[in-house]
Design a protein around this ligand. Structure first.
Ligand code: ADP
Ligand code: MG
Length: 437
């Protein structure tokens, strides 16, 4: 059995639906399909999920949302008509959903209907069963995904189903209300379905030919990564490589199921394999580069801080008191830096500084903002000496000032902090030095 997930751009219109059906039907092992809501058909287009959020907002302010709701109906009705589906209509569902909006259904319920409706259409087109994720995927009272309950319901259901389409992105709370994963969460649903069926492969179909070495919006046509381990991908995903939702890794990793990221528009490309261990030779010293803007760093200096028992702990306590979490905490002799998302720090700067001052009495403490973090990740770095030196010289040659360095103890990554305005230049320079043009 293979579980296949198709993203929004793969299911944006009838033309894409046909490509998807060709892919699924060409391999009888592709039995369970997880579908996203219709995405963008062209750059300025609006995703159905965003239209649903808009309807929800209008409904919750008791404003008229007919116009937006009609746009959503039109998207689906066009797909249904262009696919030539006879004896099939979503009109009953549209009525139920519209009624629910008017009666103040939750925001997550509203958002989830994009996947729900699209999966019904795809199931009909393929001749597969439709399985509503709301009845088989569960969260606990705290809103965390509940594998035990999900497995108990989902695994037997799939065991007696031959082929089915399951909407991505959502499940149910114990009280029955619909809850979604965070944005891009259909990747997580696919991973859960793969684990529940003990699939031999989870294929994640999107609009690029795999996980690319870096963001294609920064470097033109970056090479796809052939093989990457779960750990490497987790590092990249956490640092902003959004091709696979960061939480999608856990269910498949728990079951040892490999993931193949594939391109719906170029199905013959091999894409990226995500595996637990890779003995395979790496083409390059580094596997991938990812990064994010919008970071701030609190720099703390104090002579002999290293010999002061509990110094780090006291800094952490200060952050805890202000209820902010940090991303990284590189330290050197007599210096310590705490990297925090600027958004999380906003409005709390003075309080945090005062709190840290009162706890550890630093010689100097100051905040720098407009920082970007870049992670260079690769299992090959362990055996290749001098990766850091190559990285620093690439950045120096590009006249990028390195504000911070954090080398993980796993030797799997090196993280550098640079000025936000140098972000793209830095990524381009790193790509060029390690991978080539
Ligand atoms: P889907 O709707 O199929 O889930 P996403 O938009 O979530 O697709 O993810 C695919 C997009 O991720 C690509 O179109 C690309 O713009 C972006 N992206 C960012 N970083 C990377 C990367 N390292 N490799 C591949 N794609 C990336
Ligand atoms: Mg996605």
């Amino acid at each position: 059995t293979k579980v296949v997930k198709f993203g929004g751009s793969s299911l944006a219109d009838a033309k894409q639906f046909k490509k998807v059906a060709d892919i699924i039907l060409s391999d009888p092992e592709r039995r369970f399909v997880v579908a996203s809501a219709p995405g963008k058909r062209f750059i300025e287009d609006v995703k159905v999920t965003d239209m649903l959020y808009k309807c929800y907002e209008l409904a919750s302010e008791s404003e008229n949302f007919d116009e937006y709701f009609q746009m959503i109906k039109d998207r689906y009705n066009n797909i249904i008509a262009d696919l030539g589906l006879k004896d099939f209509s979503l009109d009953e569902d549209f009525e139920i959903i519209k009624g629910a909006f008017a009666h103040m259904a939750g925001r997550d319920y509203a958002a989830s209907r994009g996947e729900y409706l699209n999966s019904k259409v795809l199931a009909k087109y393929l001749g597969f069963d439709f399985i509503d994720a709301g009845k088989y995927i569960f969260f606990d009272d705290q809103g965390n995904f509940d594998w035990t309950k999900t497995e108990a319901k989902l695994a037997p259901k799939l065991a007696k189903t031959n082929k089915a389409v399951i909407p991505g992105f959502y499940g149910s709370m114990p009280n029955g209300t619909i809850k979604t994963f965070s944005r891009g969460g259909s990747d997580v649903t696919g991973s859960i379905v793969a684990r529940a069926t003990k699939a031999k492969l989870y294929e994640n179909w999107t609009d690029v030919s795999g996980c690319l070495i870096c963001d294609p919006r920064i470097v033109n046509n970056p090479e796809p990564i052939k093989t990457i381990t779960y750990r490497e991908l987790r590092e990249l995903a956490y640092m902003g490589a959004t091709v696979l939702h960061e939480d999608a890794i856990f269910p498949v990793r728990a079951a040892g199921i490999p993931v193949n990221i594939k391109n719906t528009n170029q199905p013959e490309d091999r894409g990226t394999m995500i595996v637990s261990e890779s003995a395979e030779h790496c083409d390059h010293i580094i596997t991938g580069i990812a990064g994010k803007k919008g970071m701030s760093v609190i720099n703390i200096e104090k002579d002999k801080m290293n010999s002061e028992i509990g110094f780090g702990k006291n800094v952490l306590r200060a952050l805890e008191k202000s209820n902010v979490s940090f991303e990284h905490m590189p330290s050197g002799v007599d210096t310590m830096s705490v990297v925090i998302a600027t958004e999380a720090l906003a409005g709390k700067e003075t309080a945090i500084i005062d709190e840290i001052k009162s706890r550890v009495h630093p010689d100097q403490i100051y905040i720098e903002s407009n920082l970007a973090l870049i992670a260079v990740v690769g299992r090959g770095m362990k055996s290749a000496r001098g990766t850091a030196a190559i990285l620093f010289s690439a950045l120096a040659d590009a006249r990028v000032n390195i504000k911070m360095i954090d080398q993980g103890s796993s030797e799997l990554n090196i993280i550098v902090g640079v000025e936000e305005e140098d972000f793209e230049v830095a990524i381009k320079a790193i790509y060029k030095r390690f991978i080539g043009i």
